[in-house]
Write a protein that binds this ligand. Structure first.
Ligand code: FMN
Ligand SMILES: CCCCCCC(=O)C(=O)O
Length: 357
């Protein structure tokens, strides 16, 4: 069956991926309350279309931190794309470029960061967790700068990886052919070992991530890079204000796709609060639960500058490599253009609260 929408790709992944890989990809933390809330929140939001507007041309393009994108879309940072397809990040980077979307590489990418840059035709950002090993962190930042990455995305909602029941039940661990190749073998040593009641990735994160960093540490990183700094994992007005005060260049409203603190609100439900607190000082991106072009439209209407998409891109990759991942992103862009036309809002600048019920 030819996939017609993101849900078809999700179904295909469910039917074909190995159980432990599917659990890692699709799963969330705890009782997965937040995971479910993310998609449900978009489904709850109603649209208020205007009619008899000239929608002969709908322009989905946006500018983001100096880059032009054909659509307000990016691939969210996700570890280990080679888990679901042998082409891994080389395929998803190509797909993002072909679809006119941003690509955010995970610090746990399973492909060399320079090789990703070599096949990129669109902007690349590099995501970081703050490692205890600061020299290793800086070495990675330097390589990303030299390879042409245009921003650093520091994920701040994961002082350690949360407890995820699906991974504990399946005993999920990385197969030998999948590795975080941008980190040294020393840093990744024993990353496949679980402990009693603690999954391998949770245990490894407790060893390697620095859980003591605070707002005061951001200056240390800023002083050592010329790249813009984006914080991913902001969920409150208070932290949004602190981000702006600490001269961060953009933020991502994210609950890590329901994979970190279970029980936090859906990102669509906190987006307006964060956007109000930022008051136009910097771009606000959002991720979590975006599955249709209408979801993208709703996020933009709530004040997002762009949307990052996670699992759907890996479902597309699992289905048919670069072509599948590109189709997922193109579908979202085309659905967004359709939703803009049917709402009577032919430009992204016209997407504001008046289009929401
Ligand atoms: C398999 C998988 C791996 C992920 N790895 C990372 C990661 O390395 N760094 C990070 O900041 N977020 C990571 N995330 C979270 C995503 O960046 C993003 O916040 C989330 O997937 C968005 O939700 P969605 O999947 O519903 O679109 C991961 C998510 C998934 C599904
Ligand atoms: C120590 C390995 C951690 C990989 C974490 C990737 C991630 O963020 C996820 O949600 O999974």
């Amino acid at each position: 069956m030819n996939p017609l929408h993101v849900g078809d790709y999700a179904d295909h992944a469910k039917a074909t991926l190995a159980g432990d890989v599917l659990g890692y990809l699709d799963g969330g933390s705890g009782a997965e309350w937040t995971l479910r809330a993310n998609t449900a929140a978009y489904q709850r939001i109603r649209l208020r279309p205007r009619v008899l507007v000239d929608v002969g041309t709908c322009d989905t393009s946006v500018d983001l931190l100096g880059s032009s994108l054909a659509a307000p879309l990016g691939v969210a940072p996700m570890a280990y794309h080679r888990l679901v397809h042998e082409d891994g990040e080389l395929a998803t980077v190509k797909a993002a470029g072909a679809a006119g979307a941003l690509f955010v590489a995970s610090i746990f990418a399973s492909t060399d960061l320079a090789e990703m840059a070599a096949v990129a035709t669109g902007p690349l950002w590099m995501q970081l967790y703050w490692l205890r090993d600061r020299p290793a962190l800086l070495e990675l930042v330097g390589r990303a700068e030299r390879a042409g990455y245009r921003a650093l995305v520091l994920t701040v909602d994961a002082p350690r990886v949360a407890r995820r029941h699906r991974d504990l039940r399946s005993g999920f661990t990385l197969p030998p052919h999948v590795r975080a190749v941008n980190l040294s073998r020393e840093l990744m040593a024993e990353s496949h070992l679980a402990a009693a009641g603690v999954s391998a990735i949770e245990r490894h994160s407790r060893e390697r991530f620095d859980p003591t960093i605070t707002w005061a540490d951001l200056a240390w990183l800023r002083d050592r890079t010329r790249l813009p700094l984006v914080l991913k994992g902001i969920l409150t007005a208070e932290d949004a204000r602190l981000a702006a005060e600490h001269e961060v260049d953009a933020i991502v409203v994210s609950n890590h796709g329901g994979r970190q603190l279970d029980g936090v609100a859906a990102t669509a439900d906190v987006l307006a609060e964060v956007v109000a607190a930022i008051a136009g000082r910097l771009p606000v991106l959002v991720d979590g639960g975006v599955r249709t072009g209408a979801d993208v439209l709703k996020a933009l209407a709530l004040g997002a500058a762009a949307v990052l998409v996670g699992r759907p891109v890996l479902w597309g990759l699992a289905h048919s490599g670069a072509a599948g991942a590109e189709h997922v992103l193109t579908l979202l862009r085309e659905e967004l253009a359709e939703a803009m036309a049917l709402c009577g809002r032919p430009t992204t600048a016209q997407l504001d609260r008046s289009v929401l019920g």
